[in-house]
Design a protein around this ligand. Structure first.
Ligand code: PEP
Ligand code: MG
Length: 587
C-alpha cells in the first residue's frame, strides 16, 4: 500500500521511527467468540447450575483483576509516581464499586447470562452514560470503565492481559484508545511512541505519556485503519503527525531530523546550569510549570529557578475523594522540600471548564469556560478553598511557597480570596501551627477585566502571573478547546499584546513583579517581545527551559524594547509573527 500521512493531536514531543504494533486490548478477540451472540442472535440463557458456575468464574475473574491492579499500582509508583498511580487505585476501586460489579453479578445470577455477556452489557450501560455527557473528562471516565471491563473479560477468557508488559521488540503502538492502566505498563525503551484513534489533550493518558517520555499522538481518527502490524511508521509527537509506510527519502529526512534534534538537545543542555540572561546581561527568572509531586521531582534539577505554576487540580483529579487537608499538606510539603529555598507558586484549585472531579458533580453548562470555574467555585464553596489554603500554609513552613488565585475577574473576588487566606493564617496561629508569615499572594491575570484593572490590582497583590492560555481565549472569544477555530487562537494578536504589556507596566509602577505561566512564555518566537516588555518571571514546561535560555542569551534588551514598542503598533497577528520570525532568524 502507498505511503500515508495522518494528522492527530501531538501530546508528547519527539521523533520516533519503528514498526507498528496493533494493540488489541484484553479479551477483545476472545470476547467476539465467547459469550457474544452473532448479529440478530439472542444471548443464550444458562441453566441454574451453569449460572452458579458462572458466578464463581466471575468472582474469580474479579479477584484476579483486583490482584493484577495491585501489581500495576506498585509498578506505577516506581515509574510514574504516587499521584499517577492513584489513577489506577481509583480504577481498582471501580471494579468492586456498587454501580459496576453488583449489576454484573445480578445479570449472571438472576438473568442467567454468561459472565462475559453480563460484563459487556454493564460496561456498555455505564460507559454509554458517561459518553453522553458533554465534557472531555467524563468521556475519559467512560474509557476507564471500558478498561476495567476489558480487564475482567481478559481474566474470564485468559486472553490479552499482560500483552503490553511482555513486549520486547521496539515498536510504535497503535490503539483505539489507551487507558491509564495500559499506559503505565509501557517501557519507553520498547514502546518508542504511541498513536491512538481517540483521546484529547486533557486525557490522563496524554499526561502520563509526557511523564514517561514516550512520544505520542492522540485523536488520529479512522485513518488508523490503514495501518497493519509491522508497517514502518514515523511519529512526530510535536507536530502530531504519523507517516505510514514512508518512502526512503522521508525516512532519511526524519533520521536527519532525529540526529539534529539529539544534537540540539545536547547543545542546549549547556544552558541548564546558567542563569537566564540576555546578551547585554539583563536577567530574567526562568521557572517551570508542574502538575504533580513526581513532576516537581523530575524538574528539580532542570535549571528552573522556581516553580511558576503548580496546577493543584491534578492532585484532586487523581483521587477518588476530595483530598483532605492532611493529604494536601503532605503533597505541598513534598514539593516545598524538593525545591528547597526556591520559590514554588501553588495555584488554588482550578476545575470547571474542561476539568471535572467525579466526586464533585458540577451542573452541565452551555459555556463551561464562562461558567462555574476556578476561584468562582472556591468562593462559592468556601470549605474547599479554606481547606486548601490551610494545607498550603502548613506546607509553607517547609520551603518558600507562594499562593496564587486563578481566574480573578474583579477586585472583590481577590479581596474575598485574600481575606480567606488571612482567616486561615489566624486559625493556624490560634492552633499554634507553624507557617510562613511572609507568604506572598498573587493572582493569575487570565481574564481581560483583570488586565484592564491591573493598576488597581497591583496596589494590593504581591505579584501577577499572566495566563495566556485563557487570556487569549477570553480576549479573542476563541474557545481554546475548539479545533475548528484553532487558527484564530493566537497570542500574537496585538490586542493580547497590549493587555500583556499593560499588566507588566502596572506591576512595575507599583514595585511588584509579573510572571507568565501560559504557553507563550515557553515559545522562543515570543521571547524578544516578552524581554522587550520587561517580563520578570517566565514559567514553562520543563522541555522548553534550555531553549528559552538559549534564545534569550542571543537577545539584546534595548533592541527588544524598541522592537516590542514597534510591534504593538502592528495591525494583525500575522504581521507580528512575520516580524518576529524575521528578527529571530536574523540573530
Ligand atoms: C493559563 O490559562 O494560561 C494557565 C496557565 O492556566 P491553565 O492552562 O491551567 O488554564
Ligand atoms: Mg488558565
Amino acid at each position: 500500500m502507498d505511503a500515508r500521512t495522518m494528522q492527530g493531536i501531538g501530546v508528547s514531543d519527539g521523533i520516533r521511527i519503528g514498526p507498528a504494533f496493533l494493540y488489541r486490548p484484553h479479551g477483545e478477540t476472545a470476547a467476539r467468540t465467547a459469550g457474544q451472540p452473532g448479529p440478530g442472535e439472542e444471548t443464550p440463557r444458562l441453566g441454574e447450575e451453569e449460572a452458579a458456575r458462572e458466578t464463581k468464574r466471575l468472582e474469580a475473574a474479579r479477584d484476579a483483576s483486583v490482584a493484577a491492579y495491585d501489581a500495576l499500582i506498585e509498578r506505577a509508583k516506581l515509574t510514574v509516581g504516587e499521584q499517577q498511580a492513584a489513577i489506577l487505585v481509583g480504577q481498582q476501586r471501580l471494579l468492586t464499586d456498587k454501580a459496576f460489579y453488583p449489576p454484573i453479578a445480578k445479570l449472571v445470577a438472576e438473568e442467567r447470562l454468561p459472565a462475559e455477556a453480563a460484563v459487556r452489557q454493564v460496561v456498555e450501560q455505564v460507559a454509554g452514560k458517561f459518553e453522553r455527557l458533554a465534557s472531555d473528562y467524563m468521556r475519559e471516565r467512560a474509557a476507564d470503565i471500558r478498561d476495567i471491563g476489558g480487564r475482567l473479560l481478559g481474566e474470564l477468557t485468559g486472553e490479552g492481559a499482560g500483552q503490553l508488559a511482555s513486549l520486547t521488540e521496539q515498536v510504535i503502538l497503535i490503539a483505539d484508545d489507551l487507558a491509564p492502566s495500559d499506559t503505565v505498563q509501557l517501557d519507553k525503551n520498547v514502546v518508542l511512541a504511541f498513536v491512538t484513534r481517540k483521546g484529547g489533550k486533557t486525557s490522563h493518558t496524554a499526561i502520563l505519556s509526557r511523564s514517561l517520555g514516550i512520544a505520542a499522538v492522540v485523536g488520529a481518527g479512522n485513518a488508523l485503519d490503514e495501518i497493519q502490524d509491522g508497517d514502518l511508521l514515523i511519529v512526530d509527537g510535536a507536530a502530531g503527525v504519523c507517516h505510514v509506510r514512508p518512502d526512503e527519502a522521508t525516512v532519511a529526512e526524519y533520521r536527519t531530523r532525529m540526529e539534529e534534534e539529539a544534537r540540539r538537545l545536547e547543545q542546549l543542555a549547556a544552558f541548564r546550569e546558567a542563569p537566564a540572561a540576555s546578551r547585554d546581561g539583563k536577567r530574567i527568572e526562568v521557572a517551570v510549570n508542574i502538575g504533580t509531586v513526581k513532576e516537581a521531582e523530575a524538574a528539580a534539577d532542570s535549571g528552573a529557578e522556581g516553580v511558576g505554576l503548580y496546577r493543584t487540580e491534578f492532585l484532586f483529579m487523581h483521587s477518588d475523594h476530595l483530598p483532605t487537608e492532611e493529604e494536601q499538606a503532605d503533597a505541598y510539603t513534598q514539593v516545598a522540600e524538593l525545591w528547597g529555598g526556591r520559590p514554588v507558586i501553588i495555584r488554588t484549585l482550578d476545575i470547571g471548564g474542561d476539568k471535572a472531579l467525579p466526586y464533585l458533580p458540577l451542573a452541565k453548562e452551555e459555556n463551561p469556560f464562562l461558567g462555574y470555574r476556578a476561584i468562582r467555585i472556591g468562593l462559592d464553596r468556601p470549605e474547599l478553598l479554606r481547606t486548601q489554603l490551610r494545607a498550603i500554609l502548613r506546607a509553607s513552613a517547609h520551603g518558600k511557597l507562594r499562593v496564587m488565585f486563578p481566574m480573578i475577574s474583579s477586585l472583590s473576588e481577590w479581596r474575598r480570596a485574600k481575606a480567606m487566606l488571612e482567616e486561615a493564617k489566624a486559625e493556624l496561629d490560634r492552633e499554634g501551627v507553624a507557617f510562613d508569615r511572609g507568604i506572598e499572594a498573587g493572582i493569575m491575570v487570565e481574564i481581560p477585566a483583570a488586565a484592564m484593572q491591573a493598576d488597581s490590582f497591583a496596589r494590593e497583590v504581591d505579584f501577577f502571573s499572566i495566563g495566556t492560555n485563557d487570556l487569549v481565549q477570553y480576549t479573542l472569544a476563541v474557545d481554546r478547546m475548539n479545533e475548528q477555530i484553532a487558527h484564530l487562537y493566537d497570542y500574537f494578536h496585538p490586542a493580547v499584546l497590549l493587555l500583556i504589556r499593560r499588566v507588566i507596566v502596572a506591576a512595575h509602577r507599583a514595585g511588584k513583579w509579573t510572571g507568565m505561566c501560559g504557553g507563550m512564555a515557553g515559545d522562543p518566537l515570543a521571547a524578544p517581545l516578552l524581554l522587550g516588555f520587561g517580563l520578570d518571571e517566565w514559567s514553562m514546561d520543563v522541555s522548553s527551559i534550555n531553549r528559552i535560555k538559549e534564545t534569550v542569551s542571543r537577545l539584546d534588551s534595548a533592541e527588544c524594547t524598541a522592537l516590542a514598542d514597534r510591534l504593538l503598533e502592528e495591525a494583525t497577528p500575522e504581521d507580528v509573527r512575520r516580524e518576529l520570525k524575521a528578527y529571530v532568524d536574523g540573530l
